[in-house]
Design a protein around this ligand. Structure first.
Ligand SMILES: [Fe+2]
Length: 391
């Protein structure tokens, strides 16, 4: 028995932003707040969305101070603007940071209280106010998921909210908004999507309907991420990455994530490191750890097949996981991402506190099997990349 959540409507393909005005009209919305960052505001991307809102006969204002790893303070500022302007919908223009900010604002607008009240699983009672999410990256999947993350600087942690009431109404994946994404962001968000897909296959709640999307996404990302990275103007590669991150998002939103995200959230909250890069570094080490869990071999066989690895038949689950991890390391390296935590300047005396935080992250419970705090510390040690830490 399972709940399967999806967004109301998704617009795909180059130029698909043109399909937004009729969708807005159908919903009868009148006043929107565009939530974006300074770069997308100055580049004119936010205004291009604003023009479509005007075309629908609605009006809009723009909040453009979203930062990576958005904090409670950013959410509150944005919430204040939304309440003062009495908006009836939000339009996020950006990647996970803008979309997650919109989700937090939407939930508090509809349910009252403070954003902190909604940390955890299914904490709101009412559906949030409508959100349009115009995705400008290809990775976070936030436009299709029931997850959002808000940084709590006073606790040096990230609050992870899992709540279908936050899901957007209209997801726009028009590659015209992704074409100028720089190489570093293409790589980091692409590896975030790969992590979503792999963790969805390894998650406790994985099911045939989530595997279908996750395994397809793994294949598409391994094929198209290097192409999108090498030539950002390759429309086909950008489009395929956009479909892949969307399907990976659908998979993990319904199956759950796992240890990589729990450990990466801790690093993002404590050390303010970029989410996709933390995932890319941790993913192979966590795969090697998970590969040793009893009964997980079949799942790694599926991942190996999706990665196009041959010659893995007859291997133990552990060896299969190592082969997959090796492939992920070489993919990360091909798209210029760091290999280990040492390159991210993470220090080993941070591990105790990081593991403490990671154990409390709601993603941790989704891992195929819940690790102990000591095991999490060991994985961090291994990920330092200096031969430290033994499983
Ligand atoms: Fe992620």
């Amino acid at each position: 028995m399972e709940n399967y959540h999806a967004v109301e409507v998704s617009l795909f393909g180059r130029g698909s932003i043109a399909l937004l005005p009729p969708e807005l009209k159908k919903r009868g919305v009148k006043r929107g707040l565009i939530i974006t960052d300074e770069f997308l505001y100055k580049s004119g991307a936010a205004k291009r969305v604003g023009n479509r809102i005007l075309e629908a006969g609605a009006e809009y204002a723009i909040y453009y101070l979203v930062q990576p790893n958005p904090t409670i303070e950013i959410v509150n500022e944005c919430l204040h603007a939304a309440k003062t302007l009495q908006v009836d919908f939000l339009a996020a223009v950006g990647g996970g940071s803008a979309i997650d900010t919109a989700k937090a604002v939407s939930i508090v607008m509809a349910n009252g209280g403070n954003v902190e009240d909604y940390e955890g699983v299914n904490k709101s009672s009412k559906k949030g106010i409508p959100i349009v999410a115009v995705n400008t990256t290809a990775g976070t999947g936030s436009e299709v998921t029931a997850f959002y993350i808000v940084t709590n600087p006073s606790e040096h942690s990230k609050m992870c909210m899992v709540d279908p009431n936050c899901m957007v109404s209209i997801a726009v994946n028009d590659v015209d908004f992704c074409m100028t994404m720089p190489k570093g962001l293409t790589a980091a968000t692409g590896m975030d999507a790969m992590t979503h897909a792999i963790e969805a296959v390894l998650a406790k709640r994985a099911a045939p309907i989530t595997d279908k999307d996750a395994l397809w996404a793994i294949t598409a990302i391994k094929d198209y991420l290097p192409l999108a990275f090498e030539d950002g103007s390759d429309v086909k590669a950008r489009e395929m990455m956009s479909y892949a991150e969307y399907t990976a998002g659908m998979a993990f939103s319904n199956a759950g994530l796992g240890m990589v995200h729990a450990m990466a959230h801790a690093m993002g909250g404590m050390l303010n490191l970029p989410h996709g890069i933390c995932n890319a570094v941790l993913l192979p080490y966590v795969m090697e750890f998970n590969g040793r869990l009893p009964g997980i071999g079949e799942r790694f066989r599926r991942i190996a097949k999706a990665l196009g690895l041959s010659g893995t038949e007859g291997l133990t689950g552990e060896r299969e996981a190592e082969k997959c991890a090796e492939f992920i390391r070489s993919l990360s390296c091909r798209v210029g991402l760091p290999k280990n935590l040492q390159e991210l300047k993470v220090e080993k005396w941070d591990f105790e506190a990081l593991a403490e935080t990671a154990m409390k992250d709601s993603c941790m419970q989704d891992n195929y099997q819940m690790p102990t705090k000591q095991q999490v510390i060991e994985v961090y040690h291994r990920a330092l990349g200096i031969g430290d830490g033994v499983f």
